[in-house]
Design a protein around this ligand. Structure first.
Ligand SMILES: C/C(=C\CNc1ncnc2c1ncn2[C@@H]1O[C@H](COP(=O)(O)O)[C@@H](O)[C@H]1O)CO
Length: 249
């Protein structure tokens, strides 16, 4: 029987390809393979390698999440600016998504206070560039690769008001801590008016319904004071650089 073996994959019968992969790759008039999944895996791998190499020697860092739409000079922007500044003064790197709004404000505070200001940017279908206050930027095509970087290199998170992106980031971090996939770290929600109703819902519906434990809910702390947000999130002190917050298992 005709068998075609390529690495771990063995093909026979009607699965044997008509041309070899080499022939396919070398065929000048067919660039479809560039969009195929096996090639995509290499691109994903490259994102991890580039991210790990760029961030490996970062000092102790805190992630700041929050709305891409917070307007310049508004109360949320101003609070994020103070938090970025406070983190730098406390000796921590600030890591954001590198975009506008809260991300820009936190990066700006960090940079202006002489700290390291990291942006983990995301390639989006519409034009988007890294905010001008990022001193170390890494761009990602894939949200999931970028999330690993946030979790691996941050030893806590401050979460400002935001929309779907911010909610996704909080719940990703909470789920990983809850399931012991990562070491427990502080998650500080900034803005009691904004986050209070979510906390109440989690308490009254999710906890009361038996879908959460008390300890899970206790992972979230809420404050309205930028200085307190900084002290809550940095209370454990700096971890050694690159200490594997995420086990990534
Ligand atoms: C929507 C707009 C720009 C989008 N640019 C972004 N650049 C980088 N990171 C982003 C961007 N948008 C969302 N994120 C990530 O999600 C969080 C904010 O999302 P939300 O839906 O605005 O709450 C943020 O923490 C980023 O990590 C121009 O308006």
């Amino acid at each position: 029987m005709n068998k075609h073996v390529q690495g771990a994959v063995v093909r026979s019968h009607d699965q044997v390809p008509a041309i070899t992969l080499d022939e396919h790759l070398l065929s000048a008039d067919d660039a479809d393979w560039l969009r195929a999944d096996p090639w995509r895996v290499l691109r994903i791998q490259a994102e991890f390698v580039e991210g790990f190499s760029a961030l490996a020697e970062l000092g102790p860092a805190i992630g700041v999440f929050g709305s891409a739409r917070a307007p310049l000079g508004g109360p949320v922007y101003d609070a994020a600016l103070q938090i970025g500044r406070g983190l730098a003064e406390a000796g921590f790197v600030t890591i954001t998504g590198g975009g506008p709004g809260v991300m820009e404000a936190a990066n700006r505070g960090a940079l202006e206070a002489g700290g390291v200001s990291v942006g983990l940017g995301i390639e989006l279908p519409f034009e988007q560039s890294m905010n001008p206050y990022v001193s170390l930027g890494v761009n990602f095509r894939y949200f999931f690769a970028r999330k690993v970087m946030f979790l691996k290199y941050s030893q806590g998170f401050v979460v400002m008001p935001g929309g779907f992106g911010t909610l996704d980031e909080i719940f990703e971090a909470l789920t990983l801590v809850q399931t012991h996939k990562v070491r427990s770290f502080p998650i500080v929600l900034f803005g009691s008016t904004f986050w209070g109703p979510l906390q109440d819902w989690l308490h009254d519906r999710v906890l009361a319904g038996g879908y959460l434990g008390e300890a899970d809910l206790a992972l979230l702390r809420v404050t309205d004071d930028p200085a307190e947000a900084v002290s809550l999130v940095t209370a454990a002190g700096p971890e050694p650089t690159g200490a594997d917050t995420a086990t990534i298992s």
